[in-house]
Each structure stands twice: as structure tokens, then as C-alpha cells.
Design a protein around this ligand. Structure first.
Ligand code: ATP
Ligand code: MG
Length: 569
């Protein structure tokens, strides 16, 4: 591609409102432009990278035996009502009405559509298993679209769905997809980890996420220094033991605590450590109010609590409603004398507190010298806390470490969640009707582009892994002498004929502008054609990944360039 003909508007200045590196660089290098919040147009260079990733995904999915389809993005609400997700998915679902006032949505994922597609035509165990995938635009009305295409409202996803006769067959399909994903992200040149993950609104039982390691990642990846335990912080457990201090229980006392309501206010007011406080958080669920207790120096893990309660949504109880229903005052909640209709769940950390402090369910009052076993009842003791770095591993007692990651893919065992609710059954080899087992498998294609940049860049621009670089070689013509033009033209043709993708900067621009743009765009090999080097029968090469410069003979450069390219990541 000649840059004089390419639509690739680069920017010198860092665009306002772009917080993370990938977002800045994708705008600056002319990969994409914003249309509206969380909605982007992909320009030629950016779309080329997307297509490279899609090609890798297609190859590996086909090799793994999956078959490509294309399903509608516009989906009737009826299907989502069958699976109960019209209610459960919440405001992230982009809903709309047609001219007849019928409800539709723009697909955030396709479990309903695909189950509906196959359920009447797959009849027998002989038709199973199979796996269908598509690469398609998805829509999610994210509460906080941000970081460019890392969290956008419209994005490209590869989603695959396996249909299996039983659990064993599902396990095989799941492993097959897991392995394919590892190959895909390895081929994309990314450093990643797989972690045990929460199923979220997709549902099902087991799940793994593929995390590209990067400081800007929104997820926290927990892993053990000694064994292969790794989990998303949302699910991570540790083997920490909470022992109770061996002190005499003091007499329970209700005291006035003025305006102190937060953990910090209270520990300042009473001059005690957060470890003495029993944090009491009240949630509202479809099954009523829940009081969650946790020691003051820990954070509650809402995913663990949601899974424990088996509810789709968990929200902090609205203060006024809570007070009217139960008499409990937000900010002063506590387990002592709590009305029976509130379910109390305590983390072991909270149960270990001795002579501690809790709210008294009354404005400006707390109890001190609280001892859980003596002073209140709980419905269940369970791990509902966010673990901390350095705690012992649940599997081997080694030390747990944390790092940041970007979730680029996730695989789920759905079991019979959708086939039960949508009645997708088959006749087994004993003539009995059974629900199909399903798995689903997603990769965020556009998010992967951004994740690759988060992991591979420097102060000057993007440093593409060669497998997903828009072009392998970037020729920079300096000056407009006939000699340079003709060497450039010949090299451009020869490199292309040898099968390489080549970008040639033949624009009428200053050398500095061309060098900056080449570093910004980030192709692995830069070939610099200037008068000085040609006089010595050399052409200059710059390797973008190491910024190393070298000279090669002008007489037969193609094999040497290919050799250098082969050595790049
Ligand atoms: P997240 O937890 O980041 O919101 P998710 O777990 O809801 O993502 P999945 O339902 O697992 O997402 O979707 C499959 C893949 O689609 C994700 O692994 C991710 O790569 C991508 N993806 C999901 N939401 C977005 C988004 N808003 N913007 C870009 N990519 C996304
Ligand atoms: Mg996910």
C-alpha cells in the first residue's frame, strides 16, 4: 500500500479524553475514530489488524472442528423472555421497538438465537455433538463505556456454541475450545494467563477467562507463586485461617457515635483498628434483604455473595425503602436484633472479631464489645470477602500474588440452562428425551486489538507482534530523487511478490514526520531509503521491536529482510 493513497489520518497530539495508551494510540495512529460514546469506526489500518486477528481465530476454530455461521444481530424479545434474560440481563441490553411496537434487542450474545435455531431440527443423539461459531458485531449498553474499544457499546466478538449429549461430551468440547483459545492468543503474540472465572449473566457452572497481562487491565488476576492455581479476584479463595483472640468477652454496650457512619469515621471516633469493626452491608435481592458481615479491614466480594445467594442481581438496599420495611438505618446496620426477614451472611473474618463494633440499626448508635457467637445469629457463615495479596493458596499454601489483566476471551460450561428453559431436547440411544448440554465460547476481537497495544508499545507508538501487524514492512522514502523512487519501487514490488505485506511512505512529507508516523504505526521492519545510505550501496533497516538499526546490501535485500522478520516476535 502506498501511503499517498491510503486513508490514514495520524494525529500529532494526544487526543483529549483518551485515558489509556491503547485508546490514545489507536486514535493517533489513525486506526479508528469515535462516532459516539463507546461507538467507533475502524479505518483501513485498524480494520486490517482486526482482520488478521479474525483470520487467526477462523483458522483455529475451523481446525478445532467448529463451523462458521452468521446469526442476526436484531433479536425478538420473545426469545429472551423464554430464557428469562429479558428481565435478568438488565439495562445493558440494548432494547428497541419495531413499528408495530413489538420489543426487540440488539444481541449482546447469542445463546437464545442459536438455541432457537437448532432446537427443532436436532432430534437424535446421532446429530450431536457439533459446534457453531460466528464473528459478528455485538451490542452492550455498558454503564461506563471507556478506554476506547476495550469497553465499548458496539464491538466485534467471535462467539461459538457447542451442543452436546451429556456432560462428558461437553467437557471434551470445552477442553477443545480452551486449547484452541490458547493457540489463538499465542499466535497473536500475546502474553496471557487463563484463570478460573465467574459465569456472570451468561450462567452455567464452570468457566475460564483468558487474560492479557497489562497494568491498565480492569480485572485482577490472582495466581500462586508455587502451584498453577489462578483465578479472577472475583472468585479467588485463600486458605487464610481466622483465629479468635484469646481475651475475655466484655459486656455488650450501646453507645452514641455522633455522626460517625463510615468504617473510617468509626475507627477514628473509637480509636480502634478496622479489624475490630464488623462491616455490615445491606443488599436488596429478588428474594428479600440480605445483611453481609465482613471484618472492617476487608472488602466484600459481591460476586461471591451473589453466587452464594443464587440471585441474578444484587443491589445495595435503597435507604428509604429499607427503613420503611425494616426500621434499619443505612450506615448504622448491624446484626444484633435484626428483623428475622433479613438473611444474615457472615464471612469467617467477621466471626473472628472479639469485643468488636457494629451498627445498632439506629441513627448515631453503635454497639461495642460485640462478640458474634454470643450476641447475634447468622443464617450462614461463608467466604464472601475479597482476598488480599500474600494470603496462602487454597491448593498448596504457597503465596498468592496479584497482577492486572484484560479479559480477551471466556469459555463457559452452560450445562442445560438454555436447553431447559427453551426446550432444546434430543432423543438418546434408549429412546428417552433429554436436554442438550451446551457450552459457549467468546473472544472480544476489537478488545484484543487494544489489549495487544496495551502490552506492546513504547513512548513513540505501537509495537505490533508480527502476526497481527497491519503490514510487515514499512518503507520510508526520504527525499524525492529519481534514484530513491526507483529503488523504492523495485523493493516494494519484490517484497510484495515474495508474499510480504508492505506499506510504503511515498508522501511528500518531511523526514521527521515520516519517522514519527512509522514508529507510531509500529510495523516490525522499517526500511529507510535515503541518499546517504544508497551512496554506500546500503539500505538502512530499523527493527521496531528493539529499535535496533542495521545496514543491509542494496543488491539483494528481500531474503535478508525476510530473515530479519522471522526473528521478530
Ligand atoms: P466484561 O467482564 O469485561 O464486561 P464479559 O465477561 O461481560 O466482559 P463476555 O460475555 O465473556 O464478556 O464476552 C466475551 C468477550 O467479549 C469478552 O471476553 C471480551 O473480550 C469481549 N467483550 C465483552 N464486553 C465487551 C465490551 N463492552 N467491549 C469490548 N469487548 C467486550
Ligand atoms: Mg467474560
Amino acid at each position: 500500500m502506498k501511503m499517498s493513497q491510503m486513508y490514514s489520518p495520524t494525529l500529532k497530539e494526544t487526543p483529549a479524553n483518551a485515558e489509556v495508551v491503547s485508546h490514545k494510540l489507536m486514535l493517533r495512529a489513525g486506526l479508528m475514530r469515535k462516532l459516539s460514546s463507546g461507538i467507533y469506526s475502524h479505518l483501513p489500518l485498524g480494520y486490517k489488524v482486526i482482520q488478521k486477528i479474525e483470520d487467526i481465530i477462523r483458522e483455529e476454530m475451523n481446525k478445532a472442528g467448529a463451523q462458521e455461521v452468521l446469526l442476526p444481530a436484531l433479536q425478538p424479545a420473545q426469545l429472551w423472555k423464554e430464557s428469562n434474560r429479558w428481565a435478568d440481563y438488565g439495562p445493558e441490553l440494548m432494547r428497541l421497538k419495531d413499528r408495530h411496537e413489538r420489543d426487540f434487542c440488539l444481541g449482546p450474545t447469542h445463546e437464545e438465537v442459536i438455541t432457537d435455531l437448532i432446537k427443532d431440527e436436532v432430534r437424535s443423539y446421532k446429530d450431536l455433538p457439533f459446534n457453531l461459531y460466528q464473528i459478528q458485531t455485538k451490542f452492550r449498553d455498558e454503564i461506563r463505556p471507556r478506554f476506547g474499544v476495550l469497553r465499548s457499546r458496539e464491538f466485534i466478538m467471535k462467539d461459538a456454541y457447542s451442543f452436546n449429549a451429556d456432560k462428558d461430551s461437553l467437557n471434551e468440547s470445552y477442553q477443545n475450545m480452551y486449547d484452541a483459545y490458547a493457540k489463538i492468543f499465542t499466535r497473536c503474540g500475546l502474553e496471557f494467563r487463563t484463570v478460573v472465572a465467574d459465569n456472570g449473566p451468561i450462567g452455567g457452572t464452570d468457566s475460564h477467562e483468558f487474560m492479557v497481562l497489562a497494568d491498565s487491565g480492569e480485572d485482577t488476576v490472582v495466581f500462586c507463586n508455587e502451584c498453577d492455581y489462578s483465578a479472577n479476584l472475583e472468585l479467588a479463595e485463600s486458605d487464610i485461617e481466622f483465629t479468635t483472640e484469646d481475651t475475655k468477652f466484655k459486656e455488650l454496650e450501646k453507645i452514641e457515635t455522633k455522626d460517625a457512619a463510615t468504617i473510617e469515621d468509626i475507627s477514628n471516633f473509637l480509636n480502634c483498628s478496622a479489624k475490630k469493626l464488623i462491616k455490615s452491608l445491606i443488599y436488596q435481592t429478588q428474594d428479600g434483604y440480605v445483611l453481609a458481615l465482613i471484618r472492617g479491614d476487608y472488602q466484600l466480594n459481591e460476586v461471591k455473595l451473589r453466587n452464594l445467594l443464587g440471585v441474578a442481581n444484587l443491589e445495595m438496599a435503597p435507604a428509604e425503602e429499607l427503613f420503611n420495611d425494616t426500621g434499619i438505618v443505612t450506615g448504622y446496620a448491624g446484626a444484633i436484633d435484626i428483623p428475622d426477614e433479613v438473611t444474615v451472611i457472615a464471612d469467617p473474618s467477621a466471626m473472628s472479631v472479639v469485643n468488636g463494633v457494629t451498627g445498632a440499626n439506629e441513627v448515631n448508635y453503635h454497639y461495642i464489645n460485640v462478640n458474634p457467637d454470643r450476641d447475634f445469629n447468622v443464617d450462614e457463615i461463608a467466604d464472601i470477602r475479597e482476598i488480599k495479596e500474600g494470603e496462602p493458596c487454597i491448593d498448596c499454601n504457597g503465596e498468592l500474588t496479584m497482577t492486572r489483566g484484560i479479559e480477551v476471551g471466556q469459555v463457559f460450561k452452560l450445562g442445560t440452562k438454555y436447553s431447559d428453559s427453551m426446550e432444546a431436547s434430543y432423543i438418546d440411544n434408549n429412546g428417552k428425551s433429554k436436554s442438550m448440554f451446551m457450552g459457549c465460547y467468546g473472544i472480544g476481537v476489537t478488545r484484543t486489538v487494544a489489549a495487544a497495544i496495551e502490552q506492546n508499545h513504547d513512548d513513540y507508538g505501537i509495537i505490533w507482534p508480527k502476526s497481527i501487524a497491519p503490514y510487515s514492512v514499512h518503507i520510508i522514502e526520504l527525499g524525492d530523487s529519481k534514484e530513491i523512487k526507483s529503488v523504492s519501487e523495485e523493493l516494494y514490488t519484490d517484497l510484495k511478490q515474495s508474499g510480504l505485506e508492505v506499506l510504503c511512505d511515498n508522501r511528500n512529507e518531511r523526514a521527521g514526520v515520516k519517522f514519527n508516523d512509522a514508529d507510531l504505526i509500529g510495523c516490525p521492519i522499517q526500511v529507510i531509503l535515503g541518499k546517504n545510505s544508497l551512496e554506500d550501496d546500503n539500505i538502512e533497516i530499523k527493527l521496531r521491536q528493539t529499535n535496533e538499526k542495521l545496514k543491509i546490501d542494496v543488491s539483494n535485500p528481500v531474503p535478508k529482510i525476510k530473515e530479519l522478520l522471522a526473528k521478530q516476535n
